[in-house]
Design a protein around this ligand. Structure first.
Ligand SMILES: Nc1ncnc2c1ncn2[C@@H]1O[C@H](COP(=O)(O)OP(=O)(O)OP(=O)(O)O)[C@@H](O)[C@H]1O
Ligand SMILES: [Mg+2]
Length: 486
């Protein structure tokens, strides 16, 4: 299978042939057309992954043609070929929907990188569309993205258990998609058109939580001036989702157990049993068994909840899904902000692939939104990634080991505490690590900032900003005189 199919529209035979040769040697299937009209005919006959379009066509201009093609196929990536790489040209091109442009004469490496990134973007988008369609057909989970084995087998299990009334416990780190899965379970059940009620017990004081869950009768407590239905009654026939179930106190746990077992409860201050038919889904990001051992969670409730357990994998254990999720969120936020479709540069993408994502999908979602909002262009480079991702990427390219840095910082911290100095904050520690890594790289490169920036895969301007912010004193390029100081 070719790497992708590319159509070249250019009136100069030399350019067409040159591109055909170059691109086919890289494994692309290439077709070419001399005029806009024959180009359009090609596009109508066959789907292409990328169009390379000359701006200066005789007759109809490339930009004019571009608008026409955009209307017919809003998704086709188009890269313009132009003789003048003016800002004005670029602006015009982006405005009319091209995603990039190449100036003549080009460097083959650069051209191939641009082509690869455009084709890869197209492939990902198509994969996402197909994936969504397949998931939708199979399970009707339109907004869950993932093709990794862990996610696919999880969704299989979700589809299997959703229709039953069984209580389900969803376990996973923060931001892994627990609520999303809980909603999928609800919409995959016969209760789909009945209420889905989410309860986050973490932030609510116990009395208030119980009155919210079970309701109360008039006069149950001073402010209970009228009777009120609780969430269990609101969720009758539907699903109730207990987010962070571990935060529910032991007293309330006993009442929950009763609802699960007897399917009935009393309003606060009431004497009458109320029957409900509610499916219970609970989520936790801590190990409930550990809490059971510590006597902070009822063992019987644990077993009742844990009839079916779904374990959501952290994002770092399913890195295959990162590009798909990135594409999904870039689409979403570009659209929400009325912007042309944004994409990350290959360097930025590499940092995203390597990052451990402690906040999982939610963190990735936030990174994508921030980048789209802050970026002035479609192409988002590493400088718009938040500091932890950038710093980690830089550390990866430094010869310093994290363990070594931490040891030296710990030693310093101990000396500081012994001397009665305050222990540095996390932020200060991160800054110190960053400073060490940057100084180290500068030493390695003989204080050549351009080279250091290249080796860190960050723009020179980003490195400069960091150097300024961290107050690193720039030594002239005399390696001998350098002493790395924290
Ligand atoms: N597989 C996925 N595909 C698309 N979006 C996802 C996926 N997993 C999570 N998300 C998105 O990530 C965000 C976090 O998901 P969710 O709120 O379900 O996580 P959570 O596990 O409940 O997190 P927390 O423990 O912090 O409450 C949501 O915006 C959700 O839509
Ligand atoms: Mg949640």
């Amino acid at each position: 299978m070719p790497n992708g199919s590319i159509l070249v529209i250019d009136d100069e035979a030399e350019i067409r042939e040159g591109l055909e040769l170059l691109l086919s040697s890289e494994g692309y299937a290439v077709a070419s057309a001399e005029t806009g009209e024959s180009g359009l005919a090609h596009l109508e006959q066959e789907p292409y992954d990328l169009l390379l379009l000359d701006v200066n066509l005789p007759g109809r201009s490339g930009l004019d043609l571009l608008r026409d093609i955009r209307q017919r196929d809003p998704d086709l990536p188009i890269v313009l070929i132009t003789a003048y790489g003016s800002i004005d040209m670029a602006r015009q091109a982006f405005k009319s929907g091209a995603q990039d442009y190449i100036t003549k004469p080009w460097s083959n490496d650069e051209l191939l990188a641009q082509v690869a990134s455009a084709v890869e973007g197209r492939r990902l988008r198509e994969e996402n569309v197909q994936l969504k369609r397949a998931l939708k057909q199979r399970y009707n989970f339109p907004n869950i993205i993932g093709k990794s084995e862990r996610i696919v087998s999880l969704l299989d299990l979700v589809a299997q258990v959703a229709p039953s009334r069984a209580t389900i416990l969803i376990v996973g780190e923060s931001g892994t998609g627990k609520e999303l899965i809980a909603k999928a379970i609800h919409s995959g059940s016969a209760r789909a058109d009945k209420p889905f009620v989410a309860v986050n017990s973490g932030s609510i004081p116990i009395d208030l939580l119980e009155s919210q869950l079970f309701g109360h009768v008039k006069g149950a407590f001073t402010s209970a001036v009228a009777s009120k239905k609780g969430l269990f009654e609101v969720a009758d026939q539907g699903t109730i989702f207990f987010d962070e179930i571990s935060t529910v106190g032991l007293e309330t746990q006993a009442k929950l157990l009763r609802v699960i077992q007897e399917r009935e409860f009393m309003r606060l201050g009431g004497t009458e049993n109320i029957k409900v038919d509610v499916r219970i889904v609970a989520a936790s990001n801590v190990d409930l068994l550990g809490l059971v051992r510590d006597g902070r969670f009822r063992e019987d409730l644990y077993h009742r909840l844990n009839v079916i357990a779904l374990n959501l994998p952290p994002l770092r254990q399913r890195r295959d899904d990162i590009p798909l999720l990135v594409d999904h969120f870039l689409r979403q936020f570009s659209k929400e902000n009325n912007r042309p479709l944004a994409r990350f540069t290959p360097q930025a993408m590499k940092l995203l692939m390597d990052y451990p994502w402690p906040g999982n999908v939610r963190e990735l979602e936030n990174v994508a939104e921030r980048a789209v909002v802050l970026s002035a262009q479609e192409e988002i480079d590493v400088d718009l990634l938040p500091d932890p991702i950038l710093t980690r990427g830089m550390l990866g390219n430094s010869r310093l080991q994290l363990s070594e840095l931490l040891n030296s910082l710990a030693k310093q911290g101990n000396q500081g505490t012994a001397a009665g100095q305050p222990v540095p904050s996390l932020f200060e520690i991160m800054e110190q690590i960053e400073r060490r890594v940057i100084v180290d790289m500068l030493e390695q490169t003989g204080w050549n900032q351009t080279e250091a920036a290249e080796r860190f895969h960050v723009p020179l301007s980003t490195l400069n900003q960091k150097i300024k912010r961290l107050g690193i004193e720039i030594r002239r390029r005399s390696v001998g005189a350098v002493q790395g100081t924290l």
